[in-house]
Design a protein around this ligand. Structure first.
Ligand SMILES: C[S@@+](CC[C@H](N)C(=O)[O-])C[C@H]1O[C@@H](n2cnc3c(N)ncnc32)[C@H](O)[C@@H]1O
Length: 211
């Protein structure tokens, strides 16, 4: 008889995702948008049976990317070296993809990952693209998640200098959509329930891929 996986637990912080990963004995994952490797380290230091973790980041300045992470190229190189240093002890399981997320995706096999965390571009179009491209890489019952589950007005209230309204082509949105709307619309199309971490200024979203 087929049995459904357990419903996802409610978490206050993304640092608890590793509990889920351990309970479900997950072994493969990817993070899209890695920067200094801070979240990768949080996961990997407790993910003892991780066999494969793909870290995907351009680590380069982008033309239309209004984000605190979009620093000059020489600082990007330093950031990349910091990530490599921070994650050195996990080298055996790590696969680096220094490229645009929409190009790096072809290096991953379909149905191969148990956990995917999306945290690269935060404009609606960019997030939507990453959701669509990385979804087929996730195994059935896998966990799809990401950072900054917020729309534009919420970002403005928390971080007035951030502006996620402009996409990679330089087109500015006139509605309020950013990460939250992209995730909600993506989930709605697939009748999936989205959960969010409850105690973070920049919440993470998460859902399970049932089919
Ligand atoms: C917010 S930081 C990631 C933080 C990291 N996930 C953490 O929590 O420690 C976003 C990163 O995404 C990368 N990024 C943005 N757009 C990208 C794209 N289109 N392709 C690949 N990487 C991208 C940036 O270079 C930046 O390092």
């Amino acid at each position: 008889m087929l049995s459904l996986p357990e419903p996802l637990p409610l978490y206050s912080s993304r640092n608890q995702f590793v509990e889920l990963i351990a309970n479900e004995r997950l072994t493969t994952g990817a993070e899209i948008g890695v920067q200094r490797g801070i979240f990768s380290e949080i996961l990997l230091r407790n993910w003892t049976n991780c066999a494969e973790y793909h870290v995907i980041d351009l680590w380069a300045h982008q033309k239309h990317y209004l984000d605190g992470a979009n620093v000059r190229d020489n600082l990007q190189e330093t950031t990349y070296q910091m990530a490599r240093q921070r994650l050195k002890r996990f080298e055996k399981v790590l696969h680096y993809h220094r490229n645009f997320s929409n190009l790096a995706v072809v290096e991953l096999k379909d149905d191969s990952l148990d956990f995917i965390y999306i945290d690269a571009r935060h404009d609606y179009v960019g997030v939507w693209e990453d959701l669509k491209l990385y979804w087929p890489k996730l195994k059935r019952n896998g966990i799809f998640a990401g950072h900054d589950y917020l729309d534009l007005s919420e970002v403005k209230a928390r971080a007035p200098k951030e502006d996620w309204s402009v996409d990679a082509y330089g087109v500015r949105r006139t509605d309020n959509k950013a990460v939250k709307s992209a995730v909600n619309e993506f989930a709605k199309e697939r009748s999936l329930q989205v959960l969010q971490t409850s105690q973070e200024k920049y919440p993470s979203w998460y859902l399970r891929k049932y089919l």
